[in-house]
Design a protein. Sequence first.
Length: 194
Amino acid sequence: MYCRGTCVTLDENECSSVAKLRDLGIQTGADLKHLGEERLHDLLGKHGEQLYRFACGEDGRPVEPVRERKSVGKEVTLEHDIRDRGEMERILEQLAVQVERRLVELGITGKTLTLKVRWSTFELVTRATSCAWGFQLAQEMLPVLRSMLSGLDEDKRAVRLLGVIVSGLISPDETHRARLVVTPSLWQDEHVEA
């Protein structure tokens, strides 16, 4: 079934509704709208009223996103290709600060930090590293990003795009647990009797 030219999926328990509508030649939302709310109610009851509202573009149900965020990243395609390592690092710093801002806003960190580089030849290269307690702050990301960039910067190729991505997202509680370092005490619980 189509609603205003867009596919509308009906549940299997609505098969009799689908059959009735097909028998009437109803294939699109425009067909439903043309049939009218009253006629649809007579044919299908409350479900007919609901289909009519859908055909009119009305749907009061809350939107429930089904995807959970997998990563937070920022990238920039440069106006001109660059070869200067210092300029690349300044851009990576700006990107890391933007990624940090979003991670802090969401109250999350990520276990994996990825550097994304597109050379002027359009060849795409990524390098990633993981850390048990995660990345959130730009100051934690920058030394790692610089190191990954230096590993790529062998022949001073021109860069067209730079990106910073944090993935493997974890909650603040998980981050806190990962950062806890249990150090055994050198002092035993000794009971001193007076």
